[in-house]
Design a protein. Structure first.
Lengths: 197, 196
């Protein structure tokens, strides 16, 4: 039952990768993955929030009364999200313009609240940090992969670099909202195919 | 009862601490954020409008009080023999507020140029307001004493096809800037003197 800190970290990368295995946090996964850079940026912002909220929640778990735990989690999470938002505006303004409204919406990302409730509130600080980091990086990789596929097909580029040359006619459907669902569906199918025992 | 007090204390302390922390971060980043906005969003728009000015219109700016609380930045461009101001306003678009920077010639009261700054409109549709220079060109030289409207509403602006709402938003923002300009014209003229 009890996993080592390393195992807690690794599980987020494949076994419990949020959008595909836990099927959580789909709103940002669908909305911001128009390009690979956006997906990774969103993932890193979420990782930051996950790591520090897990850290703080597990540190304070002896102090937070069970009856108001959710309220406390939300305060902790909202604080870190606002922090990320301000820092992004100050240092990576271009990315902030792209991600826009989805940064403040990390507050209600169920991956973050889910990890606080299901993991950090019950476990030690080191395990919680590993869990937050692992799940966050898994989330980043998943969003990066989905964004990469959509960008490649929808705009013919990867991270803004042209791949197919000028003769490629982009399949713009993939960077529109419906393309996000199709892309996610295909990724889920792929994950199930590969992960099948 | 003891539980109650503990809940209240924990929540209060946590909230107060978070609030203080965020206020500190905000205080330390606010200047940087304003600069970033100027460089990435407003800057290019102002430079486009004030092309050919003798001064730096981004550095030469002042603030005016509009309405109760709102403070607006006014960017000043000095040309040979004339000067202009650029003010930003917002209109309600399809995906939220559409920010529009409008330059007005101080001598003729006519629009010198217009450029979309921030928006969240659909790529290929409403976003054309920013991407397609032909749309913004239409506003050049328009009078500012009457409301600016798209042709569907009885005005003269040809809306972007498939993006009437965005076109309306840009027109409404331009009208709003024109209103502010006329309302505050004496003050603006006086302030502009300092940059000549």
């Amino acid at each position: 039952m009890a996993k080592s800190i390393g195992q807690e970290f690794v599980k987020g990368l494949w076994e419990e990768v949020p959008p595909f295995r836990l099927v959580l946090g789909l709103c940002p996964a669908l909305a911001v993955t128009k390009s690979m850079a956006n997906g990774i940026g969103m993932g890193l912002a979420t990782t930051f929030v996950l790591f520090f909220s897990n850290l703080l929640v597990s540190t304070l778990r002896g102090v937070i009364p069970p009856k108001v735990r959710i309220a406390c989690f939300i305060i902790v999470i909202a604080t870190f999200v606002t922090m990320v938002e301000l820092l992004m505006q100050a240092f990576t303004y271009r990315l902030f313009l792209q991600l826009g409204i989805f940064i403040p919406l990390i507050v209600v990302n169920c991956v973050v609240l889910g990890r606080s409730e299901a993991f950090a509130y019950k476990r030690g600080v080191l395990h919680s940090m590993a869990d937050g980091l692992g799940i966050g990086i898994g989330f980043t990789l998943a969003l990066g992969a989905l964004g990469g596929v959509r960008e490649l097909i929808g705009s013919g580029t990867i991270l803004g670099h042209s791949v197919f040359g000028a003769s490629f006619e982009p399949f713009a459907f993939m960077v529109e909202a419906p393309g996000a669902f199709v892309g996610l569906g295909l990724m889920l199918a792929f994950m199930n195919l590969v992960g099948k025992k | 009862m003891k539980d109650m007090i503990k809940m209240v204390v924990v929540l209060t302390v946590l909230a107060a601490f978070s609030g203080g922390l965020l206020a500190a971060i905000r205080d330390n980043t606010i200047e940087r954020i304003e600069n970033q906005q100027l460089t990435f969003v407003k800057g290019p728009a102002i430079k486009e409008i004030m092309a050919g000015s003798k001064n730096d219109p981004i550095a030469d700016r002042f603030k005016i009080q509009v309405g109760e609380e709102e403070e607006k930045s006014v960017f000043v461009g000095v040309f040979d023999g004339k000067s202009a101001v650029a003010i930003e306003s917002y209109g309600k678009g399809y995906g939220g507020d559409v920010g529009v920077m409008v330059g007005i010639d101080l001598a003729t009261d006519k629009i010198l140029g217009l450029s979309v700054t921030t928006h969240a409109e659909t790529p290929g549709m409403g976003a054309m307001a920013k991407d397609d220079p032909v749309f913004a060109q239409q506003f050049k030289g328009m009078a500012t004493d009457k409301p600016i409207m798209v042709s569907n509403d009885g005005g003269t602006i040809n809306a972007i096809s498939g993006a009437t709402i965005t076109s309306r938003a840009v027109s409404a923002a331009a009208t709003r800037v024109a209103e502010m300009y006329h309302q505050k014209k004496p003050e603006i003229e006086q302030q502009v003197q300092a940059f000549k």
